[in-house]
Write a protein that binds this ligand. Structure first.
Ligand code: PLP
Length: 369
């Protein structure tokens, strides 16, 4: 007789050890659990665009829905061309992903294996670590004093086994930046067996961003990732992209599924890319909201990390407790236990009314240390 089938004994060890990524709590789930009207809930937990998508993107998506019986353009020609033209690159330099998270995964498929190493900052975007684990690679975490990536220390952490060095600029959840000068010294000193990945998910919120695309244009072993999920307001579509020398891009194309970005997403993203007005409005809303929240935190005597993105990391005593208290009031923020920061929450910058409500609810919970 066959023994009872037991997947737990068969699953790969590195998958067994994998922690599950905790997403921002969805509005619908919160409404169900708390018994409150979803319309009254505000979500400031996943760094989404509080203005929503560009109206031009919505129109383009509506038109694309009528052609949903056809497979998408697997090569994503028009969207890749749109990105390439905007960034001064060639279409061969662009790889589209089902969110920029998929670009991280494709880098793993192409370049990681058991025994390989990925160098990250201690408080870097947690998905880097999860993706490294997914491929049986190990993640080398480098201390980040003041929550800033220490690029010279990250260079020193490179070994012959290192394949990827991940630099989130600005980083999530800290909102901190590394300067153009620091990046330049870092790239110039990279050994030839390592790819530097600059994750610019929040690029559009930075007042004077460093130009990392110059290294791609020079053919250096550099990948720059951006996304339509943040300032473009299309997180639900799942579109991100990587920009890199064609010699790297070909291996990511080999690693991806043939239709990894769907047709509606391609149409929406392309229209959004061309809507400069919406992007300008978003940047102004975020800059204004960031000032409002940071000065409110200052008044409340709360420590926070000055941010270059559309979110702020703020120290509140117990992040998990505050998360629960705010949830009961219909305000969703993000506790930071997964980043080993149990005293902190990360709040997304919302519209002025959303920011005012967040601050009013935080004051009401008396969350001061
Ligand atoms: C730094 C950073 N990189 C990448 C991502 C992934 O974004 P997406 O997969 O939605 O493009 C996020 C999302 O929060 C992020 O904060």
């Amino acid at each position: 007789m066959q023994d009872k089938f037991c997947p737990d004994t068969l699953v790969n060890a590195h998958i067994k050890a994998l922690e599950i990524y905790e997403t921002g709590k969805p509005i619908e789930e919160t409404a169900r659990e708390m018994g409150i009207d979803p319309e009254s809930i505000i979500k400031l937990a996943s760094n989404e665009n509080p203005l929503g998508p560009s109206p031009k993107a919505v129109e383009a998506m509506k038109a694309a829905v009528g052609r949903a019986h056809l497979y998408p353009d697997g090569g994503g020609y028009y969207l890749r061309k749109g990105i390439a033209d905007k960034c001064g690159l060639a279409i061969e330099n662009i790889v589209l992903g089902n969110g920029s998270n998929e670009i991280i995964e494709l880098l793993g498929h192409a370049f990681l294996h058991p025994g390989a190493e990925v160098v990250v900052a201690e408080h870097a975007f947690v998905v880097y670590k999860l993706m490294a684990q997914l491929f049986g690679a190990s993640c080398v975490e480098v201390p980040d004093p003041g929550f800033r990536h220490d690029l010279p220390a990250m260079l020193r952490a490179i070994t012959p086994r290192t394949r990827l060095v991940m630099v989130a600029n600005p980083n999530n959840p800290t909102g901190t930046l590394v300067s153009a000068e620091e990046i330049d010294a870092f790239v110039r000193n990279l050994p030839p067996h390592v790819i530097a990945v600059f994750d610019e998910a929040y690029y559009e919120f930075v007042a004077q961003p460093a130009d990392c695309l110059q290294y791609v244009k020079e053919g250096k072993a550099v990948v720059v990732m951006r996304t339509f999920s943040k300032s473009q307001g299309l997180a639900g579509l799942r579109v991100g992209y990587g920009m890199m020398p064609a010699s790297i891009a070909r291996w990511l194309h080999s690693s991806r599924q043939p239709f990894n970005v769907n047709a509606v997403a391609q149409a929406g993203a392309l229209a959004s890319l061309q809507d400069g007005e919406h992007q300008k409005k978003t940047a102004l809303t975020v800059a204004d909201g960031r000032r409002f929240l940071e000065s409110a935190f200052q008044e409340m005597g709360l420590e926070f990390v000055p941010s270059n993105a559309n979110f702020i990391l703020v120290k509140v005593g117990s992040g998990r407790e505050l998360f629960k208290k705010l949830l009961a009031k219909g305000v969703i923020v993000r506790a930071m236990d997964a980043y080993k920061l149990p005293a902190w929450v990360r709040v997304t910058v919302g519209t002025r009314p959303q920011n005012e409500r967040l601050i009013a609810e935080m004051r009401a919970t008396n969350c001061k240390l």
